[in-house]
Design a protein around this ligand. Structure first.
Ligand SMILES: Cc1cc2nc3c(=O)[nH]c(=O)nc-3n(C[C@H](O)[C@H](O)[C@H](O)COP(=O)(O)OP(=O)(O)OC[C@H]3O[C@@H](n4cnc5c(N)ncnc54)[C@H](O)[C@@H]3O)c2cc1C
Length: 487
């Protein structure tokens, strides 16, 4: 038997076990949400925007919970959702291979089960970290084995209210308007705001710099002098990709005097953090996020070594950037260490939650309540702009209105992405706790849908008339008792 067919046999067996487990657990649960129409058009119970890891986990959890009139849309072609095989330039995931990620409590749905079914326990034991492309292959299988209704090449371009429903404008493979009762924004790290671009890069010609999440042609940088801003994982990955493609030199321009070395939040990771963080008083939430933002997450050791093994790579610490100017087709960067000249720059400067930068959110952006709108108070600590811009979410990840009554549909729009972190902890962005996040999200949506339809559910209760007892199971002994008493 070839390795390929033995992998296929292993995967078939896994899929059979998964199907048996689902049957034992009576999953998916029976469909229970009453159908709705809007002016004759069908209405979805939930539309999920984004078919990356969070979108898949949310869609799967909804369907398993009997909310099955659901669809997910993703602007990317199938198999290219999220960063993994597009702009992620690391070799492996940072996360340990054992994380059960989006498996939703189903052992046969884990990466480990998928991997071992195909390559065996020995290969699993010798696997160090998960290659990023393999993680994407796993997510493709996850979607396929659960038959998740994801439609690719469809971009959501606009949100508006339609009575008590939400109307979504779609563009691409499906260009139409669809109606939904709830909307989940599983739009990823760049999906609420976009790239965070420092002030000193505003106005600099885009032919001379890229953001680390851009589609960068590294072969075009062969022999060139490259600057990479930042000391995080993406800085290392982009620097390494450039060096491996033959860049002439790569300087990492790092404002800090020291590299961050300790991955603090991973260090204290526990089910307490997963389930307890979102219930803490706001001051504690602020304190945790502020502390970890200040101490920063180090780049993985392997990614850092992937850069430092090149003699033409330099780590320039304590090197803050004052200005960036174009001079005769090259970049002149004035730094706290003096002037430096480059041919190209990569800004590994992360993402922002500023909804105002995204046209598809134009209708809701001005109404979204953020932590700056009263949830933050100065006693919590310094007013960090990035944190103040975080949406102030409800218990089911739903947005809240800045001014009561100004945009009621926000209560049915759920922010299931990285921007939820300050309110909900890290359960809607990274791999470790995404199943817990999907569970919390779906509980919120299920209870809202149930409450919204309570009249219908009560009417169903009253109308339900299928007897469990047929009347032949007992006889009424009262007449005999009355006779006995009369004697
Ligand atoms: C380079 C990189 C490496 C990472 N490595 C790790 C790691 O090792 N471990 C870990 O735990 N986490 C890691 N993460 C963090 C996290 O796991 C990933 O960001 C992950 O992709 C989050 O999944 P997501 O579904 O939230 O977003 P994404 O995977 O980014 O998916 C969002 C999807 O939404 C779609 N979309 C956005 N807007 C629209 C729209 N208007 N219409 C239609 N579709 C839209 C996009 O096309 C995209 O496919 C990494 C992140 C990055 C960027």
């Amino acid at each position: 038997m070839s390795a390929e067919s033995s992998n296929k046999t292993g995967l078939d067996a896994l899929e059979k076990r998964l199907s048996e487990d689902l049957s034992l657990l009576e999953l998916p649960a029976k469909s229970w949400v009453p159908a709705r129409q809007y002016n004759g058009a069908p209405v979805r119970d939930v539309v999920v925007i984004g078919g990356g890891m969070c979108g898949l986990a949310a869609t799967a959890k909804l369907i398993l919970s009997g909310i099955d009139n659901v669809v997910a849309y993703d602007a990317a072609p199938a198999g290219l959702e999220g960063p993994w095989v597009t702009f992620a330039r690391m070799e492996t995931l940072r996360s340990p291979k054992t994380l059960h990620g989006p498996a939703l409590g189903l052992p046969q749905l884990t990466f480990r089960a998928w991997f071992t079914a195909q390559w065996g326990a020995e290969a699993w034991a010798s696997l160090d970290k998960i290659p990023k492309n393999q993680w994407m292959d796993y997510l493709i299988w996850y979607r396929q084995v659960l038959a998740l209704p994801v439609r690719n090449n469809v971009r959501m371009t606009g949100i508006s209210a339609a009575g008590d429903l939400i109307a979504l404008d779609l563009d691409g493979a499906e260009s139409s308007r669809v109606y939904t009762r709830h909307l989940v924004l599983a739009t990823g790290r760049s999906g609420l705001g976009g790239f965070a671009v420092p002030e000193f890069l505003q106005g600099v010609d885009r032919s001379l710099w890229s953001h680390s999440a851009d589609d960068i042609d590294f072969t075009a940088l062969r022999g060139k002098r490259l600057a990479v801003i930042g000391a995080g994982a993406s800085s290392m990955d982009n620097a390494a990709a450039a060096l491996e493609s033959g860049a002439g030199s790569v300087d990492l321009l790092i404002r800090r005097k020291e590299m961050p070395r300790i991955n603090k939040m991973t260090g204290i990771g526990s089910q307490g953090v997963v389930h307890g963080m979102h219930l803490l008083p706001d001051a504690w939430k602020w304190k945790f996020v502020d502390y970890t933002n200040t101490t920063q997450t180090p780049p993985p050791r392997s990614s850092t070594l992937r850069v430092s093994r090149h003699a033409n790579a330099r780590f320039l610490l304590n090197c803050g950037i004052k200005t960036v100017n174009e001079e005769a087709g090259e970049l002149l960067i004035d730094t706290t260490q003096g002037p430096l000249r480059y041919d190209f720059l990569v800004a590994a400067t992360g993402f922002t939650n500023d909804f105002n930068g995204r046209p598809e959110f134009a209708a809701i952006a001005p109404h979204i309540r953020t932590w700056a709108d009263g949830r933050y108070t100065p006693e919590m600590g310094a007013p960090r702009p990035g944190m103040l811009a975080s949406p102030d979410l409800g218990p089911g990840f739903e947005f809240r209105e800045r001014i009561s009554g100004s945009c009621p549909m926000l209560a049915k729009i759920h922010c299931f992405n990285d921007a939820a972190m300050l309110t909900h902890g890290k359960v809607s962005g990274d791999i470790p706790a995404v199943s817990a996040g999907a569970d919390r999200l779906v509980r919120g949506i299920a209870s809202a849908l149930f409450a919204d339809d309570v009249d219908t559910h009560f009417a169903s209760l009253v109308a339900y008339d299928i007897p469990e007892l047929l009347g032949d199971e007992w006889t009424d002994s009262t007449p005999q008792l009355q006779k006995d008493n009369a004697l």
